[in-house]
Design a protein around this ligand. Sequence first.
Ligand SMILES: NC(=O)c1ccc[n+]([C@@H]2O[C@H](COP(=O)([O-])OP(=O)(O)OC[C@H]3O[C@@H](n4cnc5c(N)ncnc54)[C@H](O)[C@@H]3O)[C@@H](O)[C@H]2O)c1
Length: 312
Amino acid sequence: MIKKIAVIGTGVIGTGWIIRCLAHNKKVIAFDKDLKLEKKLLIEIKRAWPFVKKLFNKKKLNLKNFKYVTSIEEAVKNADFIQECVSENYKVKTNLMKIISKIAKSNAIISSSSSGLLPTRIYSKCKNPTRAMIGHPFNPVYLCPGVEIVAGKKTKKNYLNKANKFYKSISMNPIIVKKELPGYLADRLQEALWREALHIINEGYATTKDLDRAIEDGPGLRWSLMGTFLTFHLAGGKAGMKHMLKQFGPALKLPWTKLKAPKLSKKLTASVIKGTKQQAKGKSVASISNIRDEYLVNLQKLRKKYADKIRK
Ligand SMILES: NC(=O)c1ccc[n+]([C@@H]2O[C@H](COP(=O)([O-])OP(=O)(O)OC[C@H]3O[C@@H](n4cnc5c(N)ncnc54)[C@H](O)[C@@H]3O)[C@@H](O)[C@H]2O)c1
């Protein structure tokens, strides 16, 4: 049973993990090499707490479950789960994992918050790397449920399953990535969009505001309910993804992006159609469209209230 969590590195992401864990009555012990951060951290916990309280129906913040320590030994030695949140750098993380893994209990899970580094490399000097992995969250960690679990070549499945269970126990929706790849899943998608946006700006086709609006008022609204595949399934009419690929497949060869698209082979076509069919869970395109439409009406009412505060 995972009860004691050590958070190493208390910048933006470490702070987010601490808040989420405290909201789920976990005992949290934190360490950062910058010892001055404790005060800042407590201010941030108090700032974020009203939102966390509302989301998770919590009564009050129990800071008795929280301890800030001044040595990594003290933070790690009794922990059941160690969430590393230090700077995104192979050398820093690899050296730190060597130290952590020597101090930690041999079966304590070590999970890195890295946004895209390969776990096999991060854990190359780790003692017992079978219990080590990536647990990549999204900012703000205390509100976003997403977390990508990525195994290294030596990670054992039973530890992945334990981590999966732990993340679920703090109200997250983990994705266990099939095999390690740089950037994992969401950041690869975000990065592709980001690179394309930079090309468009660089070539003078649009302003940053135009590009943000292009996402905010179109794809972005839908993306919070369903990702690209299911969204495109609905864009294909009654026949769904099958028709969508037939109609827009040729666009993959047009210069619509600086990234080169893979060939829309029979194998790729079949796996995209099969995958989206599974996601639809037997529901027709029309019935998912109804759910989406109701969601979009409600979402836009809510969105207006908040978007006006930013845009006006
Ligand atoms: N910021 C994001 O949106 C985001 C999202 C998901 C994942 N991540 C990942 O989370 C990790 C942390 O990112 P961040 O944005 O919180 O960075 P940050 O700069 O806000 O915080 C990093 C903290 O690590 C501390 N640190 C550095 N080396 C250390 C060491 N050896 N021992 C102890 N503490 C050390 C620093 O003092 C600093 O407080 C990175 O791997 C990053 O890729 C970031």
